[in-house]
Design a binder for this molecule. Structure first.
Ligand SMILES: Cc1cc2nc3c(=O)[nH]c(=O)nc-3n(C[C@H](O)[C@H](O)[C@H](O)COP(=O)(O)O)c2cc1C
Length: 304
């Protein structure tokens, strides 16, 4: 089939054929652990279950998300990186600038150095696939230089934000794709402990910065964990105007949910409020990221 014919055919089958049944295709099906809507909502919200309406397997798969830090060493299926990157490249991208790149890190020595940068997160070495997601305006800089153009908009904070948002949307699409295939993942924001170190290790050009990494693989039984509850939608979802009137009571309820979650997971006793204060209360908890602005500047983002 020609590319042009494929393009005209590539519409959503359910839109064009009312008799179409996804189960008839040879695609790898979504593999959620539990598609039961009330159970999925209860796992995510505890007692504060929202009145969610429409539901399908994609949503069920999203609701099953949990970060996994214990991976089996067996490899992901052949072509997984390419599938995940196809999903990632299908995300929206601001003005179609496509200001992101991704580096799959295979070299064990490089993985070891990334473990060090990320405060000894060993799963970076163990997982079969490690991806580094990069906010990347260097490609557009090269384009401008080849075309003899000047990109006056490039040095602005806005352009860095566009690149970081693009990278995050792409990575989350890859996450959704990976989890739909029965794979697990965890983001590694700790690469921002030393973005200049990461840039050197991966030979990133000026105008490219690793915004986070991602471990992908199959969870060990012990690593699979449990869905982590979230705040009540009443603390997050506002209608017409922002309204935090009920927030204190909702936070107290969530603190209890998270304390129970920590106890079930045999994690040190803590509630959500305590964790927020621990994470943001003192500079050392930033693990070097308090110097990020200077590092981002040095990597070629003036942030005007
Ligand atoms: C951008 C980003 C960076 C993260 N960095 C790390 C990390 O360095 N190490 C880690 O163990 N988890 C990391 N996480 C995972 C979060 O801790 C996790 O998503 C959060 O606690 C909610 O848990 P859940 O993903 O299991 O629902 C990161 C998540 C995001 C979105």
């Amino acid at each position: 089939m020609s590319t042009a014919a494929a393009r005209t055919l590539y519409v959503r089958r359910s839109d064009s054929d009312p008799t179409w049944n996804a189960k008839d295709t040879t695609m790898d099906s979504i593999t959620p652990i539990n598609t039961d809507k009330p159970a999925a909502l209860a796992a995510r919200y505890g007692a504060a279950v929202p009145a969610a309406g429409p539901w399908n397997d994609v949503i069920a798969s999203l609701m099953m998300h949990r970060s996994v830090r214990g991976f089996r060493t067996d490899p992901v299926p052949t072509g997984t990186v390419e599938t995940l990157v196809a999903a990632a490249q299908s995300a929206s991208t601001s003005s179609n600038l496509q200001t992101w790149s991704v580096v799959a890190v295979h070299d064990p020595a490089k993985r070891k150095e990334l473990v060090r940068i990320a405060n000894n997160q060993k799963h970076i070495e163990v997982c079969p696939l490690f991806l580094v997601w990069v906010a990347d305006v260097s490609r557009n800089e090269r384009l401008a230089s080849e075309e003899g153009a000047t990109l006056e908009g490039l040095p602005y904070l806005e352009t860095f934000l566009v690149a970081a948002i693009d990278a995050a949307l792409a990575a989350q699409n890859a996450t959704v794709a990976a989890e739909s295939l029965g794979l697990s993942m965890v983001y590694i924001g700790a690469l921002r402990n030393d973005p200049e170190g990461v840039a050197k290790l991966l030979n990133l050009p000026k105008g490219a910065m690793a915004v986070f990494g991602m471990c992908v693989g199959y969870a060990t039984p012990a690593g699979a964990g449990e869905v982590k509850p979230r705040l009540s939608q009443r603390a997050i979802l506002h209608h017409d105007v922002y309204d935090a009137a009920a927030e204190r009571a909702l936070r107290a309820d969530y603190d209890k949910e998270m304390a129970d979650f920590s106890a079930r997971q045999k994690m040190p006793a803590s509630d959500w409020s305590g964790r927020v204060i621990d994470r943001l209360g003192k500079i050392p908890a930033l693990s070097g990221r308090e110097k990020l602005k200077g590092q981002v500047n040095a990597l070629g983002f003036p942030l005007k």
